[in-house]
Design a binder for this molecule. Structure first.
Ligand SMILES: [Zn+2]
Ligand SMILES: [Zn+2]
Ligand SMILES: [Zn+2]
Length: 351
């Protein structure tokens, strides 16, 4: 059986970054659906909301006033998940009740003073400001001796649990590697030791040669629906140059990162003509003082929507108990995203 025949029938695909499998069932896309129908997420129509604690000049829940900022704005989360203080502590009862103290710093970064200005609608200059702010935060946090990992991530939309529609991201920096970056780190290291090459540089070459899962690209970045994607319209943003972190990008590459993020998020919004919800985040080299030459900067987009602005994928049943599974193939998802175009649906001239 050849490759094309194999992936036309039920099969599983390996995620080499996490060393785990995903089931793909291409024959099931026609099955009837009677599940949840939510309400589509409309983009905010006001540039300033007096009740939004992230809008300039407003009071936050802790009583702090958000300053009248004019570009990006970063602050320590008023209700952080992790705290920076304390010594390391380790408890182990019978090898089964094991716990460790985890120190961390949690920040919030507003992309713009405008309540309604999301990444897909930002100008090149505004996007560069966001990329620069991410880079500055990564560099500053990486320099703190006990910080070994910096996670920059955005939850967009109520479906993903975003508590405030004002465009912002979070930055969690902590003392140990989180689960997924730790697994990716091992895979990247093992591949580098075995082949003396980079797993993601090699993977990008395969995708660029084949083309069918490449959604968009510029000189410095490419966006692909990974071969092993779990979420219906999951994508992976890869730097074309082998760099481990945002602070190793050159000026022009920072502009091109903004460009590619704008283009993929326009495609997402266009797909179902909605403010497309997702969780996205960067994976970068650990900041433990080692060089980590094996690391390759990338970003993951994990969007929950499946077939319309209101029907989402749930990770339940077999996926929760066994292996994640998808019906829409990554190749079909890529074709849909390619077709979605790069003129935002709200900017299209009326017919
Ligand atoms: Zn706001
Ligand atoms: Zn690489
Ligand atoms: Zn990753």
């Amino acid at each position: 059986m050849n490759f094309q025949e194999l992936i036309a029938s039920p099969h599983k695909r390996l995620n080499p970054l996490l060393q785990e499998w995903v089931l793909v069932s291409p024959q099931r896309t026609q099955r009837p659906w009677q599940g949840e129908v939510g309400k589509p997420s409309e983009p905010s129509s006001v540039t300033y909301d007096p009740n939004c604690y992230l809008c300039p000049g407003n009071k936050r829940a802790g009583g702090v006033q958000t300053p009248r900022y004019t570009e990006t704005y970063v602050f320590d989360n008023d209700f952080p998940a992790l705290l920076p203080d304390g010594d390391s502590q380790h408890c182990d009862e019978e090898g089964l009740l094991v716990a460790e103290r985890e120190r961390g710093i949690c920040r919030v970064l507003c992309f713009s003073p405008r309540h309604d200005l999301t990444i897909p609608r930002m100008s090149a200059r505004e996007l560069r400001g966001v990329v620069d702010a991410w880079t500055e935060q990564f560099s500053a946090l990486a320099q703190i001796s006990w910080i070994r990992h910096v996670e920059i991530f955005e939850n967009r939309g109520e479906l993903m649990g975003a508590s405030n529609p004002h465009p912002h991201c979070q930055i969690w920096a902590n003392a140990t590697l989180p689960n997924l970056p730790a697994r990716e780190s091992k895979s990247l290291r093992d591949y580098a030791v075995e082949k003396r090459l980079c797993l993601l540089c090699d993977y990008l070459q395969v995708e660029l040669q084949r083309g069918e899962r490449v959604v968009c690209q510029n000189e410095a970045f490419a966006v692909v629906v990974p071969f092993w994607a779990i979420w219906p319209f999951e994508t992976l943003v890869l730097s074309k140059r082998h760099v481990g972190s945002l602070d190793h990008l050159q000026g022009g590459e920072r502009d091109l990162l903004g460009d590619v993020l704008r283009r993929i998020t326009i495609r997402y919004d266009n797909l179902f003509e909605t403010a497309f919800p997702y969780s996205m985040g960067f994976h970068q080299r650990p900041t433990d003082g080692e060089a980590h030459e094996e690391w390759h900067l990338h970003a993951h987009y994990f969007p929950p929507l499946l077939r319309s602005a209101t029907v989402r994928k749930f990770m339940v049943g077999y996926e929760l108990l066994g292996t994640p599974q998808r019906d829409l193939t990554p190749e079909s998802a890529a074709a849909r995203l390619i077709e979605a175009g790069e003129t935002h649906y709200l900017d299209r001239a009326p017919l």
